[in-house]
Design a protein around this ligand. Structure first.
Ligand code: ADP
Length: 626
């Protein structure tokens, strides 16, 4: 029979699995049980929506059998099974959701991280087995098939003779080595405790034949081995259990198993609501962003159950976009079991639940910010972008809900602070919130415009994410204090005398300034200013579009030509001012060159690209070689 090759990426993952980069090999069992449980869920759900499929809940179960002598562990389920195509597709390839970018020389930790992102899944069985045999019959096909593999070499698929719908997985357990005792997986007691530890909440019975060493004759002290089928799990979904009976570890294990994460969650939120629409929710905030979180592939949503039966794996309507990072389960008796997706969307109860969940998450985050700042900062660094996006998305309709959850870097405190903290610490004579935007803290620090505000001892919020300027613009004011970009033209920080002085300089040189503006074309104005301390020039903006926002628009694939209205400001006290005045009188050609060079400098400082670097470089050389 022809042996098929694994897809190349699967091969590399397999290789890592076989060479066991995971220290916790135990998890293979929870992965296989979890797959079995999903298959049972699928079949049961089918039976509710498809009259042709008849299933009794009692038939749905998972079985584990051990054969010490042959070193076999068999995990079977009466779930939906797989067709030949599905077998090929599901077990012949992994990473359907993206490509596994394994790089050379990656550390073990990095590899684990990457694999963790995809969920270790079925292949984890190769950590403990030399050979895997999967025999399956799909609810959608009369035929059954066996898939078999001994690892990286490939796999075979052949016809089988399985009577009942479902899947049976037989693992041939590896021989013990010096480092690892694989034989423990053939031990009843070990398997029992692993099921209890990782899979207790699974809502279908996980059965195994266990041997009881029973005292049959007390006088003779005679024992006999009795075999008995036992259900190993309590079957109570973790979210239905009494909170006091569930440990943090239970929650963490459930989360890691159900949502394929290699790390425990940052925060567990459990909530039970009784009333018009009753439900239980168990929500998690991950401690790191899923690998695809910032891509289009990422699907938000919570798993929706009614009476312990899953009706939708990812119900997007339960989460607003700004909380799309939340994972979890919602179980409500007040939703109809065989409700279609379209009807569900319209369901009043679902909307009610979604609203409650949104406010629950928000309150939990507010509490975290208040009581556990360290965790909140860690959360905010990971998902804060999503909240800031939520502030300005949908025309800012949610900004009031979110404005107290967002943070910005404070120039004074040199750490993230909230808007309320900024306003609380404002100087007596300060009546606006200053911010400056740029691609990094370091770059913003060096902006010429920052100097003047700092001199007044006012704090400045440094905005480094591209969404920040938009968020701040959407909020527009906090507790009556307007946001003001230090880059904007009129900061109004000068004394009356200083203003008068600058006014004179501008009026006295209006021809010169106009000629500069005409020469540059892109700017709406050129003017002398005394806001600059050491720098000769800077670029400021006026109106709604800041220079930072323009950069975002410029980077969009469909450039809509949205530009900031910019002003070139020249430091009146800098020697360059005198030079310009002199050239304007004596040498117009040279004056034009200086104008172009100064404008390019201002653009460079603002982080804007220079349209014609070769031309500018030529001009600079001409000027300096004089
Ligand atoms: P994941 O469960 O994360 O999707 P796996 O590698 O564990 O990844 O499994 C791949 C796919 O194989 C599953 O999504 C499922 O479609 C299928 N599968 C695995 N085990 C079973 C099973 N016992 N019954 C039916 N389908 C299964």
């Amino acid at each position: 029979m022809e042996k098929k090759e694994f897809k190349s990426e699967s091969k590399r993952l397999l290789d890592l699995m076989i060479n066991s980069i995971y220290t916790n090999k135990d998890i293979f069992l929870r992965e296989l049980i979890s797959n079995a449980s999903d298959a049972l869920d699928k079949l049961y759900y089918r039976s509710l929506t498809d009259k042709k499929v008849k299933v009794k809940k009692e038939q749905l179960e998972i079985n584990i059998a051990l054969d010490k002598d042959k070193r076999l562990i068999t995990i079977s389920d009466t779930g939906c099974g797989m067709t030949k195509e599905e077998l090929e597709e599901n077990l012949g390839t992994i990473a359907k959701s993206g490509s596994l970018a394994f790089k050379e020389n990656m550390t073990k930790k990095e590899k684990i991280d990457i694999i963790g992102q995809f969920g270790v899944g079925f292949y984890s069985a190769f950590m403990v087995s030399d050979k895997i045999k999967v025999t399956t019959k799909s609810i959608d096909s009369p035929d059954s098939y066996t898939w078999e593999s001994e690892g990286v070499d490939g796999y075979t698929i052949k016809k089988a003779k399985k009577e009942d719908v479902g899947t049976e997985i037989v693992l041939t357990i590896k021989q013990d080595t010096e480092e690892e005792e694989y034989s423990k997986y053939l031990d009843e007691y070990e398997i029992k405790s692993l099921v209890k530890k990782y899979s207790d909440y699974i809502s279908f019975p996980i059965k195994m034949e266990v041997t009881h060493h029973e005292l049959v004759d007390e006088k003779k002290n005679k024992y006999e081995d009795k075999k008995e089928i036992e259900t190993l799990n309590s079957m109570i979904p973790i979210w239905k259990k009494n909170k006091k009976d569930v440990t943090d570890e239970d929650y963490n294990n459930f989360y890691m198993d159900k949502f394929n994460d290699y790390d425990k969650p940052l925060k567990v939120i459990s909530s039970a609501v009784e009333g018009m629409c009753s439900y239980k929710a168990l929500l998690f905030i991950p401690s790191h962003a899923p690998y695809d979180f910032y891509t289009q592939d990422y699907e938000k949503g919570l798993s929706l159950y009614t009476n312990g039966v899953m009706i939708m794996e990812k119900c997007a309507d339960l989460l607003p976009d700004y909380f799309s990072f939340v994972k979890g389960v919602v179980d409500s008796e007040d939703l109809s079991l065989n409700i279609s997706r379209e009807i569900l969307q319209e369901s009043h109860n679902l909307k009610l639940i979604a609203k409650n969940i949104e406010s629950k998450i928000r309150k939990e985050l507010e509490t975290m910010l208040k009581d556990d700042r360290e965790s909140y900062i860690s959360f905010f660094k990971t998902f804060g972008m999503q909240l800031k996006y939520g502030v300005y998305n949908n025309y800012g309709q949610d900004k009031d809900k979110l404005k107290d959850l967002i943070m910005f870097y404070s120039a004074k405190e040199e750490k993230l602070i909230t808007l309320s903290e900024y306003v609380k610490d404002m100087k007596k004579d300060q009546d606006v919130i200053y911010y400056a935007a740029g691609s990094s803290i370091e770059k913003i620090k060096d902006l010429p415009q920052v100097e003047q505000v700092k001199d007044k001892d006012y704090d400045i919020l440094y905005l480094t994410d591209y969404v920040d300027s938009f968020a701040v613009t959407a909020i527009s004011e906090y507790e009556g204090k307007k946001f003001v970009n230090v880059e904007s033209g009129d900061l109004d920080l000068e004394s009356d005398e200083e203003k008068e002085e600058v006014k004179k300089a501008n009026e006295g040189n209006s021809d010169l300034l106009k000629e500069m503006a005409d020469e540059i074309k892109e700017v709406s104005e050129v003017r002398f200013s005394n806001k600059l301390k050491s720098h000769p020039v800077c670029l400021t903006s006026k109106g709604d579009i800041s220079i930072e926002m323009q950069k975002v628009f410029d980077a969009m694939p469909n450039d809509m030509g949205i530009k900031a209205q910019t002003i070139l400001e020249i430091n009146e006290k800098h020697p360059i001012s005198e030079k310009l005045k002199k050239l304007y009188k004596d040498d117009k050609e040279e004056f034009k060159k200086y104008t172009k060079i100064l404008y390019s400098e201002a653009k460079m400082i603002a982080g804007l690209p220079i349209d014609d670097p070769t031309e500018i470089s030529r001009l600079i050389c001409e000027v300096i070689s004089k």
